[in-house]
Write a protein that binds this ligand. Structure first.
Ligand code: FRU
Length: 714
């Protein structure tokens, strides 16, 4: 046995209260949670107890990048104002400084019935223990106090308890409580993590869900005392499966608000392999009986099946033909070539394609450039779906055709204009994506694959282009933006009041974002429910209603029967031009797109655009020009982009977008909460103009209402 020491070099929590300029640094979120200083990632142990919301979080007490993982702690009575508390679980090292144990992600429960026996006697009876269930990540081989022999890099599940409402913690002497993965998965001993535990009323048992991250396997365990766990079942992989599965949660929600009808939601983080490069969050709806999670058939998809009635436009199976033979035209290095046998494409681990043939621009490394253009066709169906993989080099209308053009993209051209475009997700795994083209039915169009780039990962694979009446189903994304990860709900809240918080960052660049003394913020806490929309049950989200306590009076409000094409200034006084809730309502007029431009400057060199495209039927956030992105070290840089969420509407619909702008983020929700797009932005201080815009004609019945959002930290 070794003597334990803490790895915390200096504890400075709370120091900020004394400083004069508290929470006023550049980019410091004013209505989102961020730690006073240092690095933060996943929310952990979210639990509501005795009128307080506890937020624990992955925390590095020693620096502004990942390391020395400990559990930070804050509490709130309203999910808006937070009080920082001392570190709950401190990373441990031996006397020579080797880190022995880091406290990875997990959950917390309140053990009301003292099933764990961790309560202590009080004059009135006994305490109510709070129990944290987390992953012990052991960087150094050693023997635990209870005798467990630990390998270097091992991940096991452990527990700790608190009898003073989470202020001080004692680790259970029998840790770890689940040392290794189950039989058949022993080799995953260093990829076994993120236990989420809840009380399952119907079976009177504690349930734990945890992941074998690299196997995309959910393990479901049960326990009566939080110490002894039995494996109940396994689930996965399903839906978005090309990446590590992390931070699961499983929770019931009412269907359309009916208390008699509840379904279970499995929510998980996936990295890489999100909808946009790297980190994403998906969910699957199903049933849970205390033992097995059974997904609704409507909620899982088979990537090999295409919607019935689809027209296969090109499946790239004719690997002995040239593009010209197939009626396509090629330029540059692609002249005279054709589809390839996927198995002969010399990249590491190309996968997911259908059949054996595939389109690729990976020929002799990444240096091949040129275009390949489809024959012209008439759009007859509402959706074009296809499979895609490769590096993330999006089509950028601002640079396309200029010397700065670096796109590696697959695009749809109607009337000479690119109306939809998709790039790869920095992955060799082909995934389905769909474009809504209902607005273009009857028009002639063509598809073009463009690779003007010779840099790292500058290639694209495309397969199975189909035309259909419905989109090819994809994973259900909780958020369509780049910065919503590791979301988990609170324990201890009634089913009808389920609230979740996500980490508002992305592993692709999280450790480099240009903040100073701290790194990362949490999302706005979101109320989650299930709603049937267009015959499909969907997870819908709304910012918690208590956020309104920070709203100023209405600073600007205006309606337009018809908003003309072009830009219209929305005067919002500082500081609320960088910190606001903006509600935009509109209907379709003669124009093709309507929205707001935020954080823009006089030269328009900076702007963040939030809008709705009537023809493409999508909500989007565009951060191509949102400010600093030079901090990203990954190549291809996954940061610049337009993040799109398909949301079909009827021409008569009144569409609502609720936009929450903070110092370095924007979160967008449609009125129903079926679409959320979360994105960090790092504009210059003086990029603070707000404008309404309409493209190509008018938007009807437009209204804009702006409330400032006061700081939660003063
Ligand atoms: C997710 C994650 C978890 C892990 C934690 C470590 O962001 O990788 O799987 O427990 O971060 O900080």
């Amino acid at each position: 046995m070794v003597a334990l020491a803490t790895c915390v070099f200096a504890v400075l929590v709370g120091f900020g209260h004394l400083a004069r300029a508290y929470y006023t640094e550049e980019y410091r979120p004013q209505f989102h949670f961020s730690p006073e200083m240092n690095w933060m990632n996943d929310p952990n142990g979210l639990v509501y107890h005795d009128g307080e919301y506890h937020l624990f979080y992955q925390y590095n007490p020693n620096g502004t990048t990942w390391g020395f993982m400990s559990w930070g702690h804050a509490v709130s009575t309203d999910l808006v104002h937070w009080e920082h508390l001392p570190i709950a679980l401190e990373c441990e090292s031996d006397s020579t400084g080797n880190v022995l144990e880091m406290f990875f992600s997990g959950s917390a429960v309140v053990d009301v019935d003292n099933t764990s026996g961790f309560a202590v006697k009080t004059k009135k009876g006994h305490t109510t223990p709070m129990v944290a269930i987390y992953t012990s990540n052991y960087p150094t081989a050693h023997t635990e106090p209870g005798g467990a022999v630990i390998r270097e890099g091992q991940q096991s599940q452990s527990i700790a308890y608190s009898n003073d409402n989470g202020l001080s913690w004692t680790q259970y002497e029998g840790n770890p409580v689940i040392e290794s993965p189950p039989p058949g998965y022993e080799d995953q001993w260093n990829q076994f993590r993120d236990p989420y535990v809840f009380w399952h009323k119907q079976t009177s048992k504690w349930i734990m869900v945890a992941f074998l991250a690299m196997k995309q396997k959910l393990l479901i365990y049960s326990s009566t005392n939080l110490k002894n766990w039995s494996l109940e079942s396994l689930f996965g992989p399903e839906n978005a499966r090309f990446g590590q599965w992390e931070c699961p949660s499983l929770f019931p929600l009412y269907v359309d608000g009916q208390i008699s009808n509840q379904k279970w939601v499995l929510m998980m983080a996936i990295n890489p392999g999100g909808l946009v490069p790297a980190s994403g969050t998906q969910y699957i709806i199903g049933e849970f009986d205390g033992s097995t999670f059974v997904p609704d058939q409507a909620d899982i998809y088979d990537p090999t099946q295409i919607p019935s009635g689809s027209i296969v436009f090109q499946d790239f199976e004719s690997t002995t033909s040239t593009f010209e033979d197939l009626g396509w035209t090629a330029t540059g290095d692609f002249v005279g070539l054709g589809p390839r046998q996927a198995s002969t494409v010399d990249v590491w681990d190309i996968r997911g394609y259908l059949g054996t043939g595939v389109f690729t621009t990976y020929l002799f490394g990444d240096i091949a450039t040129g275009t390949v253009t489809s024959p012209t066709f008439t759009i007859t169906k509402d959706y074009i779906s296809f499979m895609i993989a490769g590096g993330s080099y999006p089509y950028n209308p601002l640079t396309a055709g200029t010397p700065d053009d670096n796109q590696v993209s697959f695009s749809l051209v109607v009337n000479g204009e690119i109306v939809h475009s998709q790039t790869g997700g920095n992955s060799e795994a082909l995934v389905w994506r769909s474009w809504n083209v209902a607005g273009y039915v009857g028009q002639d169009a063509h598809l073009v694959i463009t690779d003007v780039n010779t840099g790292p990962f500058a290639h694209i694979h495309v397969d199975e282009i189909i035309f259909s009446d419905t989109p090819k189903d994809e994973a259900n994304w909780v958020d369509y933006g780049p910065d919503y990860y590791a979301a988990v709900p609170f324990n201890g809240l009634p089913t009808g009041d389920r609230v979740a918080i996500g980490w508002m960052n992305n592993w692709a660049y999280a450790q480099n974002i240009p903040t100073t003394t701290w790194r990362s913020a949490m999302s706005i806490p979101r109320k989650m429910s299930l709603k049937t929309i267009n015959n499909k049950l969907k997870l819908v989200q709304q910012p918690v209603s208590t956020l309104s306590s920070l709203y100023t009076r209405t600073l600007y409000s205006r309606t337009y029967k018809s908003l003309l094409s072009g830009q219209t200034n929305v005067p919002v006084p500082a500081p609320y031009n960088t910190r606001m809730k903006l509600t935009l309502k509109f209907s379709r007029g003669t124009g093709s797109q309507v929205g707001v431009i935020l954080r823009s400057n006089s030269t328009n060199s900076q702007e963040t655009v939030v809008g709705y495209d009537f023809l493409g039927q999508y909500v989007f956030v565009d951060r191509f020009k949102s400010g600093d992105n030079a901090f990203v070290t990954w190549q291809p840089n996954p940061y610049p982009g337009r993040f799109v969420a398909t949301m079909p509407t009827k021409p008569t619909d009144l569409i609502t977008l609720n936009i929450f702008l903070d110092s370095s983020s924007v979160e967008v929700f449609d009125g129903l909460g079926q679409v959320a797009i979360t994105s960090q932005i790092f504009p210059l201080d003086d990029s603070a103009d707000v404008k309404l815009y309409s493209v190509g004609g008018t938007a009807r019945s437009v209204s804009v209402v702006v409330n400032g959002v006061k700081s939660a930290w003063t």
